[in-house]
Design a protein around this ligand. Structure first.
Ligand code: NAP
Ligand code: MG
Length: 478
C-alpha cells in the first residue's frame, strides 16, 4: 500500500500516525495511508524554507523558469495518469480530473514565462542627477493551505507564482487529498528544485494548519477553503502583521433573462450547478430566471438532469461523480431537507443513491419556488444542489443576484447587449460570465471575488505578482 509522506528539506519522511485515503467512488478502495503530522514537522519545514530562501530568492530567473517549465511539461505529459489518481482520490470524473491536471500543467508553463518578466520601473528623481528604481523582490516563506476540491490545480496556482518570484513554500493540503500533493512535490523535486524551497506537510487543519499560520517563520499565508477558517487566518495574520490572501466560498447567481437562448441557458446551468458534483466555489447555486422563460427553463433543465448518470468516477458513462466524503454528503442531504422545510419545491433529485460500488452518491437536486431569504439561497451548500428563483425583470434579477454576502462569480444568459453590459458593470462579483457558466475559468487571468468570498490580492495570471512580491524603491545618486 502507498504511504504518503511529508516532503521536508528535499527528503521524504513522517510520523507513525497515519490516516487512510479512501476512494469516494468505492470506499473499499484504499489508495494508501497518509502521515498525520504535528507542529514539529511544521517547524522543520518552515526552518528548511527559511534556510533555502536567501539562495533561492536571488537565484537566476532562468533557473526558476526552467524548473517551472519542466514541472509543467511533466504534469501535461502525465495528465491521464495523474487524472486517474485525482479522480480516485477526490471523486470527480476522470474527464474532469484530466481537465484539472491540464490546467495545473498550463499554470506552471505560464509562470515559467512570468519568472522571466518580473517588471520594474526606472524614473528620474525629483532631485538633480538622481534616479529612482522600483523593483520587486520575493516576500519570503509562504504558508499555503488548500482545500480538497481541486487537489492539484489549487496547490499549482499558489505554488507556481510563489516559486517564479523567488519565494519558498510550506504547503498543507486538505487531509482528504494527500496523493495529489505528494505527486506535485515529487515532480517539483525531480524537476531540479533545490532542497527546502518547496515543503509539504500532511495532516489535520486544526493541528498542522493552525501551527503553520502561527509559525513566526512564515511571511505570508495563501489560503483557499471555507469562510470560517479564512476568518481565523485573517485575524492571526493581522495580529502578526503579515500579508494574507484568502479565497473562500460563493453563492453564485446565474441570471437567465426572458430573451435568453434556452439551449445556452440550460447548458450553463447544468455545467455551472452540477458538474464536478457541484463542489466548486464558482458553482451556480442560485438560478434567477425570467418569469416568461421560467417554466420552459425548468422543464428543459429537469429533462437534462434526468439523463445524467451519477456513478463511479472511472466509469466512461458517468456525468457526475460521488460527493467527496460521508460528512459532505450528509451536509448536502441536510440542506435538501432544510430547503423543503422552508417551503421550496424539490422538482428533481437531491437523494442519496445506491450504486454498484459503495460510495457517497447523490442525485443532482433542483429546487423551484424558492426565495432569496431561504438558507439554501444564502448558505453555501457545496454540493450538486441548485435553486431557481423567479424574477419579473432585469432590475429585479440584478438585485437578487447581488443580495448575498458572497461575491465570487456571477453569470447572465441574454441576447441583449444592453443587459449583458449592465450586468457586467453592476454585478458585485469578482468574475462575471456572459452566456457562459459561472464555473470554469482561464489559467492566465486573475481569479477571485468580492465581499465574503475573497480577501487580499488576486490569485493567478500576472496579478499574482501583487501577493508574491514586495516592492522596493531605491534612490541612486551616482
Ligand atoms: P476547509 O474546511 O476550510 O479546509 C480548507 C483547508 O483548511 C484544508 O486544508 C483544511 O485542512 C484547513 N484547515 C481546517 N481547519 C483549519 C485551521 N483551524 N487552521 C488552519 N487550516 C485549517 O474547506 P474545505 O471543506 O476543504 O473546502 C471547501 C470550501 O472551500 C468551500 O467553502 C469552498 O467554497 C471553498 N473553496 C474556495 C475556493 C476559492 O477559490 N474561492 C476554491 C475551492 C474551494 P483539513 O483538510 O485537514 O481539515
Ligand atoms: Mg480521498
Amino acid at each position: 500500500m502507498e504511504i504518503y509522506k511529508n516532503f521536508i528539506n528535499g527528503k521524504w519522511g513522517g510520523t507513525d500516525a497515519s490516516m487512510r485515503n479512501i476512494n469516494p467512488s468505492d470506499t473499499n478502495d484504499v489508495l494508501g495511508l497518509a502521515v498525520v503530522s504535528d507542529a514539529a514537522q511544521i517547524d522543520a519545514a518552515v526552518n528548511a524554507a527559511r534556510e533555502a530562501f536567501t539562495t533561492w530568492s536571488t537565484s537566476p530567473v532562468q533557473l526558476r523558469s526552467r524548473i517551472l517549465d519542466i514541472t509543467g511539461n511533466e504534469i501535461l505529459a502525465r495528465r491521464e495518469e495523474l487524472g486517474q489518481l485525482l479522480a480516485r482520490e477526490e471523486g470527480k470524473t476522470v474527464r474532469e480530473a484530466i481537465g484539472e491536471v491540464t490546467r495545473a500543467g498550463e499554470i506552471f508553463k505560464f509562470m515559467a514565462g512570468e519568472a522571466l518578466r518580473i517588471p520594474g520601473e526606472v524614473l528620474d528623481s525629483t532631485r538633480l542627477g538622481m534616479t529612482v528604481e522600483i523593483t520587486r523582490e520575493a516576500v519570503g516563506v509562504i504558508g499555503m493551505i488548500t482545500p480538497w476540491n481541486f487537489p492539484l490545480a489549487i496547490p499549482a496556482w499558489k505554488t507556481a507564482p510563489a516559486l517564479a518570484f523567488g519565494n519558498c513554500v510550506v504547503l498543507k493540503p486538505a487531509e482528504l487529498v494527500p496523493a495529489s500533493a505528494v505527486a506535485l512535490a515529487d515532480i517539483l523535486h525531480r524537476a531540479g528544485l533545490p532542497d527546502g524551497v518547496f515543503n509539504l506537510v500532511l495532516g489535520k487543519g486544526s493541528i498542522v494548519g493552525q501551527a503553520l499560520i502561527e509559525h513566526p517563520g512564515i511571511d505570508a499565508i495563501s489560503f483557499t477553503g471555507s469562510q470560517g477558517v479564512g476568518h481565523n487566518i485573517a485575524r492571526i495574520a493581522a495580529e502578526r502583521m503579515i500579508r494574507c490572501q484568502l479565497e473562500m466560498g460563493g453563492k453564485n447567481p446565474l441570471v437567465v433573462l426572458d430573451d435568453a437562448d434556452i439551449d445556452i441557458a440550460v447548458e450553463c446551468a447544468l455545467d455551472g450547478s452540477f458538474y464536478a458534483t457541484g463542489q466548486r466555489c464558482t458553482a451556480s447555486s442560485r438560478l434567477i430566471v425570467g418569469a416568461a422563460i421560467h417554466d420552459q427553463f425548468v422543464e428543459r433543465l429537469t429533462g437534462r438532469l434526468k439523463a445524467l448518470k451519477v456513478g463511479h468516477a472511472f466509469a466512461a458513462d458517468t456525468n457526475i461523480g460521488p460527493v467527496v466524503d460521508a460528512r459532505q454528503l450528509e451536509s448536502n442531504l441536510n440542506y435538501v431537507n432544510i430547503g423543503r422545510e422552508q417551503g421550496a419545491e424539490l422538482v428533481y433529485g437531491g437523494e442519496h443513491l445506491d450504486c454498484p460500488t459503495p460510495g457517497f452518491y447523490m442525485s443532482p437536486g433542483l429546487f423551484i419556488a424558492t426565495d432569496n431569504t431561504m438558507r439554501i439561497n444564502q448558505e453555501e451548500v457545496f454540493g450538486p444542489v441548485a435553486s431557481v428563483m423567479k424574477a419579473t425583470d432585469f432590475d429585479e434579477a440584478l438585485a437578487l443576484a447581488n443580495a448575498t454576502r458572497f461575491g465570487l462569480s456571477s453569470g447572465i444568459v441574454t441576447r441583449s447587449l444592453k443587459y449583458a453590459s449592465a450586468f457586467k458593470r453592476y454585478s458585485q462579483a469578482g468574475m462575471v460570465m456572459v452566456n457562459a457558466p459561472t464555473a470554469g475559468v482561464d489559467p492566465h487571468v486573475p481569479f477571485g471575488g468580492r465581499k465574503a468570498s475573497s480577501y487580499g490580492p488576486r490569485e493567478q495570471g500576472r496579478y499574482a505578482l501583487e501577493f508574491y512580491t514586495s516592492v522596493k524603491t531605491s534612490y541612486i545618486q551616482p
